[in-house]
Ligand binder design. Structure first.
Ligand SMILES: Cc1cc2nc3c(=O)[nH]c(=O)nc-3n(C[C@H](O)[C@H](O)[C@H](O)COP(=O)(O)O)c2cc1C
Length: 222
């Protein structure tokens, strides 16, 4: 694919087939992603890729936890509260997803189901968890590095015909993930990324989000 096609082919997909990505392709994609830039080239990301039984075990545990604990105890707390333009975009994105998932605002059960799909990893055969360590005082820069890494990763996946969904939601239960993976407490969970081959029959995958016109976000100066 042309680069611009790869960029536009990446969407957040929320429905996957059980077919796993083969090991060689997995390694190629994650190796490619490691070429993302970072402040002073520190490469602060620590990535754990779960497949097969490891992925299924984690899915089961996370679903059980999310069923009884709606907010969790994330290492990097997030409120999800926005205002103005940001709020408008947030609402647009949620309503768009619900529409494709057949969820209505006045149906709390369906809304809960939509939220729970996160912890089912949208049926994906793989999930990657991205950790950073607690030794970085400049959290904003660290988040920038992880953002660059994850976008490079998602583009590498899109280029290989693999769909993905970045997920803050799955970072709600870092203790559970650390325990399951045998990871020490100073590794902090920033986000997860469910990925695999897209289930074309899942209507959630028909969602296409919009972007504001360039004039609204970008100024050119001479
Ligand atoms: C850091 C980050 C966290 C996200 N967390 C979630 C999540 O927990 N669940 C989810 O369904 N989508 C999540 N998304 C996907 C966004 O909703 C999506 O990127 C946005 O609506 C734009 O749509 P697109 O990715 O299809 O272009 C996340 C995206 C980013 C970048």
């Amino acid at each position: 694919m042309e680069f611009s096609e790869v960029v536009r082919a990446r969407h957040s997909f929320r429905g996957f087939t059980p077919k796993p990505v083969d090991e060689n392709t997995l390694k190629e994609i994650f190796e490619l992603a490691s070429w993302a830039p970072s402040n002073c080239n520190v490469q602060p990301w620590h990535v754990h890729v779960l497949s097969g039984e490891a992925c299924n075990r984690m899915r089961k545990k996370m679903m059980a936890r999310a069923a009884t604990d709606t907010s969790g105890n994330p290492d990097f707390p997030w409120q999800g509260k926005f205002s103005g333009d940001y709020k408008e975009r947030q609402i647009c994105s949620a309503l768009g997803l619900w529409e494709h998932q057949g969820v209505t605002r006045d149906n709390p059960e369906k809304r809960a189901w939509s939220w729970m799909r996160n912890f089912e990893f949208f049926d994906a055969p793989h999930i990657a968890f991205i950790f950073v360590t607690d030794e970085f005082p400049e959290l904003v820069r660290l988040a920038g590095d992880v953002g660059m890494y994850s976008q490079t990763l998602m583009l590498a996946m899109a280029n290989a015909g693999i769909g993905s969904c970045p997920q803050t939601s799955v970072s709600c239960f870092p203790d559970l993930v650390r325990e399951e993976l045998g990871i020490e407490g100073h590794y902090k969970l920033m986000m997860g990324l469910s990925f695999g081959f897209i289930d074309e029959a899942d209507p959630a995958n028909n969602l296409r989000t919009e972007r504001d016109p360039l004039e609204k976000t970008t100024s050119f100066h001479i």
